[in-house]
Design a protein around this ligand. Structure first.
Ligand SMILES: [Zn+2]
Length: 157
């Protein structure tokens, strides 16, 4: 049994979120385990997909936490959030005039981002809804489209 004590999640480094298992918060744990399993089954044809998917999900959670911790939100990051929320609702929006986002104070953008993140993280999908700059098209499952594109463009560093 591990005697290691974690004060924050090993992946997303979220402060204040309780550790679920093996040093990960509940959100990251599932993906960390999928990654561990995929790495063990390296020879299985499906494990490459599973590995990529797990890494993308873990990176996404980490990226969100970085924004949360920074206490700031760039205009483009808030735009990506609006796009993700719209896509998650299977809806469509006109391009957001960027000057509106630039006119907001950083604090207001940040507050807005946090509120929308709460909503986004409760969208019942099989994998996290990814923040993206690709606007949704009505009739196309934006979540599936965004994931497909993330998997296609995946490069391991
Ligand atoms: Zn985490």
């Amino acid at each position: 049994m591990s005697t290691e004590k974690y004060t924050c999640c090993k992946n997303c480094i979220a402060e204040g979120r309780s550790i679920y298992k093996k040093g990960f918060c509940k959100k990251c744990y599932r993906w960390a385990m999928q990654l561990e399993k995929a790495n063990k089954n390296d020879f299985q044809p499906f494990s490459s997909y599973e590995r990529k998917q797990a890494i993308i999900a873990l990176q996404e959670f980490k990226r969100r936490e970085e924004i949360i911790k920074s206490g700031d939100c760039e205009p483009m990051q808030l735009e990506d959030m609006f796009i993700a929320i719209t896509g998650a609702c299977r809806s469509e929006i006109k391009p957001i005039p960027l000057e509106i986002l630039y006119q907001m104070t950083a604090r207001d953008r940040y507050r807005c981002f946090i509120i929308l993140l709460d909503i986004l993280e409760n969208v019942p999908r099989d994998a996290p809804v990814l923040l993206t700059s690709t606007y949704p098209t009505k009739g196309i499952d934006h979540h599936v489209q965004t994931w497909r594109s993330a998997l296609d463009n995946f490069e391991q560093d």
